[in-house]
Every structure is written in structure tokens, then in C-alpha cells.
Design a protein around this ligand. Structure first.
Ligand SMILES: [Zn+2]
Length: 106
């Protein structure tokens, strides 16, 4: 990653995280405690979370990543949290899915 790209991704990070939490809320994948934190994060922003709440979220994300590993690239191509959601549905990250579809068309 170039430095400019890395900086840009940092800014986008929070939005990515909010979208991720919002989707999982809709899928009702959270425990009560996590659902409460996720609701706060999506309505008031990630910045509104306390350090402890943020820890709970980080731990959940870590587990989620460990559970959802792309069968083709082992998450080497994964660039955002929403990629993991797609992966939980089809077992491939979006980039590998794209590659696969392109191969099938040829
Ligand atoms: Zn992949």
C-alpha cells in the first residue's frame, strides 16, 4: 500500500466499521451486549463508544475474521470489513469471487 492510500483507508475505516456493524445488526448475529454497542455506534458514531465498548467490538471483529477465511487467498485480498460479510455467505472474498466469475466466462 502507498502512503496516500493507507491514509485514505484510515478515514474510511470508521464508515466501513459502521456499515459492518449495521449489517450484522440486521442479521441479528449479536449478543445483547454487542447489539447495544452496535446500535450506539451506528446511531451516534464510533467515536461515541467508550474504550471498553470499543474493546468488545474489536474482540468480536477478531473472532469474526478468524471464522471467515477466504478459501482461495486466505484473506490476502481482503481490504474491508464488508468483504468478510460477503465471505460469510459464499466462502470467497469479493476479489476472488470476481476472479472466479471471470474465469468461468472465458
Ligand atoms: Zn480471497
Amino acid at each position: 500500500l502507498g502512503r496516500a492510500k493507507a491514509a485514505m483507508m484510515n478515514i474510511e475505516d470508521n464508515q466501513d466499521l459502521v456499515d459492518f456493524l449495521k449489517t450484522l445488526l440486521e442479521q441479528e448475529l449479536f449478543t445483547d451486549a454487542l447489539a447495544g454497542i452496535a446500535k450506539q455506534a451506528t446511531s451516534k458514531g464510533i467515536e461515541s463508544l467508550s474504550e471498553r465498548q470499543r474493546d468488545v467490538v474489536d474482540k468480536f471483529i477478531e473472532n469474526y475474521k478468524n471464522r471467515n477465511v477466504c478459501e482461495k487467498c486466505s484473506n490476502g485480498n481482503v481490504s474491508s470489513l464488508s468483504d468478510y460479510i460477503r465471505m460469510s455467505e459464499i466462502g470467497l472474498c469479493p476479489m476472488c469471487e470476481y476472479d472466479k466469475e471471470r474465469l468461468m466466462e472465458e
